[in-house]
Design a protein around this ligand. Structure first.
Ligand code: VG1
Ligand code: CO
Length: 543
């Protein structure tokens, strides 16, 4: 039976400009909180009446309850079919693929991505549009506006359906189709890469390890590596998705995936290691005693793309987010293909991919992807690396060294300062911003400042302009320092400092990045007074 629930207090809590809602699990447990946001989605998404919706999540605490609520609200709003998955497990790239193949009106992915989960952690609702990518700014703004005046929501009363096995169910007049969320995705991967070649290469003498961090990629990786690619049992670690990710932080970087990092950087058992984040869209790539910076990873995939059957004819173009290093630009130039610089966030790649202007794209934050879906894709990146390694018969560090000796090296690092009180972070940021206009022509870390601004982006496809996407200081030798405040944190503010300097192929290629960037690190701290204002003597995370 359908009922309308009146809301006494309006919902005013969505941060505009993000493709969904990411908050503490506690906040999501407040009465009518989740329901209010879902109502706003169903009132603003195009094609709800009679449409198909994709629904799933990364298995974190709150996943099952949210699926139950969303199914009953979808039925109340006249959606004709919801495709959801066994145990509600669906990675972000797999959801993007399903949206596209099922010609859905969009998808709802229940995840706070790389943020920790559990009753004390975070939960999230990510909304994707009919192209399979993160919802556009126009749609999220409309949803936000709608929440400001929300007074009731509609829901159907019915028992939760079981997600234990595949099958079709009915809620009101709506069909709920429960499928295995892994199958379609792995079928797509087999179209893109040469699985026989990879299988033979790995099983000859190339031991690998994958850490699923108790998050969504566990079931995908088990079937992929230990099933289809016939690697030994135990190749996939922490493979069972847990509601609190086993107490860990499902963020694949050297700090939070330190167990895996130690196996590769200290140990001798593996030639290759990788991890993905909570919802499976990020990737970290490691070789023996070798960490692949995500910006380099994008450049290396671009330079060697023709190793993979899917990209054998070459690339149309590439794109990177503004703070991502320019390593891929150098490759694009050499290949004579288009390259684009977009603001942070995958949604900005959507238009370029839909228009066929780019084939590969990526972000420094461990995100890499292609035109096969409209999200970044963690396991895809891992397979792409394995494909290149198998074709070349080289180790990861050999591939890196070869790349740098051909294209030069972009020393790169990101320093994150987490949980800064909001006022302190905002003051710090505003102070630097107001000093930018006087910087051009002056010295910075012994070099000359050629440009200093707050990055603004003109979308070449729809001509929309997105402003204030990060403070940039560009120097005359190609070095850059960038400052941003995170849009995905849920506790205080996170300041991100991005540092980059270029060494040509004839220069020093094997320095420690922190050492190579030490002049920039010191100068930005002097300028922004990071230590002084935050009281933090070092970043929370260094990548
Ligand atoms: C971070 C990353 C950004 C990424 C975003 C979503 O955003 O820096 O590159 O697109 O997370 O990733 P921010 O605003 O905190 O810097 V995920 O894995 O949540 O979909
Ligand atoms: Co993610």
């Amino acid at each position: 039976m359908k009922k309308n629930v009146r809301l006494n207090t309006p919902f005013t809590d969505q941060k505009p400009g993000t493709s969904g809602l990411r908050k503490s699990s506690k906040q999501f447990e407040e009465p009518n909180y989740l329901e209010s946001f879902i109502e706003a989605i169903f009132q603003n998404l195009t094609g709800v009446g009679g449409g198909t919706l994709i629904l799933g999540g990364d298995g974190r605490y709150g996943n099952r309850r949210a699926i139950d609520v969303i199914l009953r609200m979808a039925a109340a709003h006249g959606i004709s079919r919801v495709v959801t998955t066994i145990d509600g497990i669906l990675s972000t790239p797999a959801a993007s693929h399903l949206i596209r193949t099922r010609k859905a009106i969009g998808g709802i992915i229940l995840s706070a991505s790389h943020n920790p989960g559990g009753p004390e952690g975070d939960f999230g609702v990510k909304l994707n549009g009919s192209n399979g990518g993160p919802a556009s700014e126009t749609l999220t703004s409309a949803i936000f506006e709608f929440t400001q005046n929300l007074s009731e929501y509609s829901i159907i009363e019915s028992e939760p359906i079981s997600l234990n096995q595949a099958g079709n169910y009915l809620i009101g007049g709506m069909t709920v189709e429960v499928i295995d969320g892994v199958d379609d995705y792995l079928a797509l991967m087999q179209q893109l890469f040469d699985f026989d070649l990879i299988r033979n290469f790995l099983n000859k003498d190339f031991p690998i390890v994958f850490d699923a961090l108790h998050a969504v990629t566990g079931p995908y990786a088990k079937q992929l590596f230990e099933g289809i690619l016939k690697m030994p049992l135990g190749t996939v670690k922490n493979a069972v998705p847990l509601e609190d990710f086993g107490g860990g932080h499902p963020d694949p970087n050297l700090t939070y995936a330190h167990e895996l990092a130690n196996l590769l950087l200290e140990g001798n058992n593996y030639a290759f290691g990788a991890a993905c984040d909570g919802d499976g869209d990020r990737n970290m790539i490691l070789g023996k005693a070798c960490f692949v910076n995500p910006s380099d990873s994008l450049a290396i995939l671009a330079a060697n793309a023709t190793c993979a059957p899917a990209y054998a004819d070459g690339l149309v173009g590439v794109a990177r987010s503004m703070p991502t290093s320019a390593a891929v630009d150098v490759v694009a130039k050499k290949l004579g293909i288009l390259s684009f610089e977009t603001p942070t966030g995958w949604k900005f790649f959507g238009n370029l991919l839909d228009k066929g202007l780019i084939t590969l794209c990526g972000e420094e934050s461990f995100g890499t992807g292609s035109d096969h879906v409209r999200e970044k894709d963690g396991l895809w990146a891992v397979l792409f690396w394995l494909q290149i390694l198998a074709v070349k018969g080289l180790t990861v560090s050999e591939i890196m060294a070869q790349h740098w000796s051909r294209f030069g090296r972009h020393y790169y690092s990101r320093h994150d300062y987490e949980e800064i009180p909001n006022v302190i972070a905002e003051n710090l940021f505003d102070r630097v911003e107001s000093s930018l206009s006087q910087m051009v022509g002056n010295k910075f870390a012994g070099r000359e400042v050629t440009l200093a601004d707050n990055f603004s982006y003109l979308d070449p496809v729809d001509n929309s302009v997105t402003q204030k996407q990060g403070l940039r200081i560009l120097l005359n030798d190609g070095s850059r320092v960038i400052l941003r405040l995170s849009g995905t944190g849920t506790k205080g503010a996170t300041l991100r400092v991005y540092l980059e300097s270029y060494s040509s192929a004839n220069g020093e290629l094997f320095l420690d990045p922190q050492q190579a960037l030490s002049g920039l690190i010191k100068e930005i701290d002097d300028l922004a007074e990071i230590q002084k204002r935050t009281g933090m003597t070092r970043p929370t995370v260094i990548t």
